[in-house]
Design a binder for this molecule. Structure first.
Ligand code: HEC
Length: 181
């Protein structure tokens, strides 16, 4: 009987995580589509300098729209532009592991990780560097763009990326509700 109970509770919790993964992927997709759309349209209409200001305010501004009491979404990277996005040691290890998985030949689109921690459930998904990112994260950044980035982010590390590198990761956290603890 105990064994049956154990198996059924394992089954229920893995089913719940499967749902979480689908929801987390959807949350990330919606957030990244919105971000890229704002970025690309501003780049096209007003150029990269204006887009930096958008990126600087748009990412933090649209983040709450894609977060709610059940989900919190954020971005991080091994090399960050905004020091607020720096990973803690645990997340840094996840991101280092992502680099290893990429070296082992795994496509970036498939690189994900999920884990239960004491404060909630986490889903982390690698972000590929695309061509559209290079104007601000590549190695050939226009001088006036570089100047503006340096003014806003004096400790910027997020340059010299190539297309196909891992630029960073989205992190979706589902916090443990207080009454469940
Ligand atoms: C117009 C310039 C610009 C372009 C183009 C751009 N970014 Fe950024 N990116 C920034 C700025 C500015 C920040 C800092 C935002 C902030 O303050 O949170 C940033 C931050 C980030 C971060 C958060 C981690 C960090 O470094 O602080 C990620 C991840 C990221 N960008 C990925 C991308 C990807 C992927 C693309 C291409 C699809 C892209 N960026 C294109 C300017 C740009």
């Amino acid at each position: 009987m105990r064994i049956i109970l154990l198996f059924s509770s394992l089954f229920i919790s893995s089913a719940a995580f499967a749902n979480n993964v689908d929801d987390a992927r959807k949350t990330i997709k919606a957030f990244s589509t919105d971000l890229k759309q704002i970025l690309v349209s501003t780049m096209q209409q007003n150029g990269p300098i204006a887009a930096i200001s958008v990126c600087n305010t748009a990412a933090p501004a649209i983040t709450p729209q894609h977060s709610n009491s059940a989900w919190q979404i954020s971005r991080s990277a091994l090399k960050t532009r905004n020091p607020d996005n720096q990973p803690d040691e645990w997340l840094r290890n996840v991101l280092l592991n992502f680099e290893q998985r990429k070296l082992n030949g795994e496509p970036i689109a498939k690189i994900e990780h999920q884990t239960q921690r004491s404060d909630g459930w986490y889903f982390i998904k690698a972000i590929p560097t695309q061509k559209a990112c290079l104007a601000c994260h590549g190695s050939d950044i226009a001088p006036e763009v570089a100047k503006k980035i340096a003014a806003l982010y004096p400790s910027d590390q997020a340059t010299n990326f190539k297309q196909g590198d891992i630029r960073g990761a989205f992190i979706v956290k589902k916090p443990i509700k207080k009454h469940q603890q």
